[in-house]
Write a protein that binds this ligand. Structure first.
Ligand code: PXP
Length: 238
């Protein structure tokens, strides 16, 4: 499995003071030097963490896979077509949420999402749809032409160690199997941490995990290099 490190939280910390530290670019470089397979950054409509300047600087200064998370808006589509990241992950966005709460409802808007992702795919970007682990969302995603899905692991992460862990885990496993059957590449992310990530190995054929909060949190105590390496050890373990 590959590891994409989500560096939004570095920008959140920087923006708390409105100045330049900590540097998002420096953090991203450290993650890559530590062995991460790519950098993930969410350019939100309200720019609460990553800014336009950040995302274009990441593109310019880092020679690595960039995964731009974004809402399905035409403002974001225009930016992505100019930026040309290797990957785009389309997420739902609500202004009042603290983080991406649920998956994108593709099933109720297949046509709109198809129209939205087509220019991105034609521009050579790998498009992923961030969805809940539900059969109807997986099959709708495959109808849009997107090559990837990213399964929302938030419910599993919250259930980890509790009595509904197995139920949430099985949903992920079944959604991944259906995705593969329909020819999709399957990623996963949200809420994964050093304790719960190991079960991702029980899901056949996952391509990439996108992890942010737990890595950046641990880096406060251990440094970013070590936090990324520790996660890579868990992600790469057979
Ligand atoms: N994947 C997607 C699509 C996300 O929106 C997020 C959160 O920004 C993540 C992965 C990473 O989640 P976390 O910060 O909880 O690891």
């Amino acid at each position: 499995m590959l590891l994409g490190v989500n560096i939004d939280h570095v920008a959140t910390l920087r923006n708390a003071r409105g100045e330049e530290e900590p540097s998002v670019i420096q953090a991203a470089k450290l993650c890559i030097e530590a062995g991460a397979d790519g950098i993930t950054a969410h350019l939100r409509e309200d720019r609460r963490h990553i800014t336009d300047y950040d995302i274009f600087s990441l593109r310019k200064e880092l020679n690595c896979k960039l995964n731009m998370e974004m809402a399905a808006t035409y403002e974001m589509q225009k930016i992505a077509l100019e930026l040309l990241p290797e990957a785009c992950c389309i997420v739902p966005e609500k202004r009042e949420e603290v983080t991406t709460e649920g998956g994108l409802d593709v099933a109720s808007q297949i046509e709109r999402i198809t129209d939205f992702v087509t220019p991105l795919i034609e521009a050579g970007i790998q498009v992923s749809l961030f969805i809940d682990a539900e059969k109807k969302q997986v099959s709708a995603a495959s109808d849009t032409g997107a090559q990837f899905i990213e399964l929302h692991t938030g419910a599993y992460s919250r259930a980890f160690g509790k009595k509904n862990e197995e139920e949430e885990f099985i949903k992920l496993k079944q959604a991944a199997a259906l995705g593969h059957l329909l020819g999709l590449n399957v990623n996963a992310g949200h809420g994964l941490n050093y304790k719960n990530v190991h079960r991702m190995h029980e899901i056949d054929g996952l391509h990439e995990l996108n992890i942010g909060h737990s890595i950046i949190s641990r880096s406060i105590f251990t440094g970013l290099d070590s936090a990324v390496k520790e996660m890579l050890n868990l992600v790469n373990k057979n």
